[in-house]
Design a protein around this ligand. Structure first.
Ligand SMILES: Nc1ncnc2c1ncn2[C@@H]1O[C@H](COP(=O)(O)OP(=O)(O)OP(=O)(O)O)[C@@H](O)[C@H]1O
Ligand SMILES: [Mg+2]
Length: 373
């Protein structure tokens, strides 16, 4: 897919900026605080319907303005048709989405059009952060690929909330115990499917990530990821087998769950463990190795998307190139060129620029304005 054009009106520090993007590489260069990440963020918004830096929608509106408008025009690889996505947000908390002029209630409609894989310095938390960060990473990336998964995790979260409320209630209202069986069945049904889907997805993602890591590091680094299930080893289990394990655990540990008033087992308690040459990457990896591991995962994410949908998402690289050594940077550039992945790279230093880059691939960002030479 290909984002051809973007128009930002009152978005962060941009007042009125239009930009034609290249089908291949686009490099945004500028000093700190000029608007590079803001631009990537606006592209991400058009894909995900939310903001990756965790800001409220209203904070995206230019400070002295009452509303923002974001318009993107894109093409998918299998047709000549152009899609126009338009997001409007104002300070009265009104929000509107239009796709080719048709209004939609939910921003999640955007998930059917533009897809992006973002790699930013903040992503180090996928390795360094808490298990919740890794689950979030996996859930966001799988939701992009699979709408059914997106609904599963949304519904599962609600089930866990309701079940937690009931577990707390059962500490003093024992007569409500029959209700727990009903919630257990929902938890097992939804939770087992989530675990199964995660395992299937990792089966595709991890071998690809391993290959990328080997190529990025001239075969010196072996990368691998395992799924750590709170209920114990589940290996190659089918959904039915996972359900049986889940059922047994809930029956055995009912007393403990009521005493603690919370759901102690299920996919919301699981984790991913990353290994580099057999050692735990979180505990022993250098910062550059952790970053490379995440980069391999992100590149593998692009490839799994291609495998499932027949086209590559956009690759957004925010400020990460300068952290990679020359060999890793060159491999990355070769890879995006080979697969014709539309890529938008930001950086504060002109060392990012190489002789092979054409003038029209370089954009200068200055105080919320983008200048081409
Ligand atoms: N709602 C807003 N309205 C106006 N300006 C904003 C708004 N939100 C953020 N800004 C400004 O946008 C500027 C640029 O932010 P951005 O994160 O894009 O910088 P950057 O070019 O990526 O810098 P760096 O190299 O430091 O990452 C900041 O100086 C900030 O003050
Ligand atoms: Mg930035």
């Amino acid at each position: 897919m290909y984002l051809q054009h973007i128009h930002l009106i009152n978005y962060r520090n941009y007042e009125n900026q239009q930009l034609n993007l290249n089908r291949g590489i686009n490099v945004l260069i500028g000093s700190n605080g000029q608007g590079k990440t803001n631009l990537l963020e606006s592209i991400y918004y058009l894909a995900a319907g939310n903001n990756f830096r965790g800001n409220k929608d209203i904070e995206l509106i230019k400070w002295d303005q009452p509303y923002l408008r974001l318009i993107g025009q894109m093409k998918k690889d299998d047709s000549e048709r152009c899609y126009e996505m338009e997001v409007y947000i104002d300070k009265e908390k009104n929000k509107q989405l239009k796709i080719n002029g048709v209004k939609y209630k939910s921003m999640s409609e955007l998930h059917n059009y533009l897809r992006v894989v973002l790699f930013s310095p903040d992503d180090l938390k996928i390795v360094k952060g808490s298990p919740a960060e890794r689950r979030r990473y996996l859930d966001v990336c799988m939701s992009q690929q699979d709408k059914f998964y997106y609904r599963l995790i949304r519904d599962y979260d609600r089930i866990v909330q309701q079940r937690n409320n009931l577990l707390k209630e059962l500490q003093y209202k024992k007569e409500n115990k029959a209700q727990l069986e009903v919630w257990n069945q929902y938890l097992i049904e939804y939770g087992s499917q989530i675990i199964y889907k995660r395992l299937q997805y990792l089966k595709m993602l991890v071998p690809m990530a391993r290959k990328v890591q080997q190529a990025l590091t001239c075969e010196t680094e072996r990368f691998s990821v395992t799924y750590h299930c709170s209920m114990g080893a589940i290996g190659d289990f089918s959904v039915e087998q996972i359900k049986n394990v889940f059922q047994t655990i809930l029956a055995q540990k009912q007393g403990e769950e009521i005493a603690r008033g919370t759901t102690l087992w299920g996919p919301h308690r699981d984790d991913l463990i990353f290994y580099l040459n057999g050692m735990d990457l979180k505990k022993y990896g250098s910062q550059g190795q952790q970053r490379t591991g995440i980069l391999s995962l992100k590149m593998a994410e692009l490839q799994t998307f291609y495998k499932l949908h027949g086209e590559y998402p956009l690759l957004l690289l925010d400020d990460v190139m300068s952290e990679l050594d020359d060999a890793r940077r060159q491999f990355l550039m070769k890879m995006v060129k080979k697969y014709q992945i539309q890529t938008i790279i930001t950086g504060a230093n002109i060392e990012l620029l190489t002789d092979e880059m054409a003038e029209n691939e370089i954009f200068w960002v200055q105080e919320g304005k983008i200048i081409t030479k």
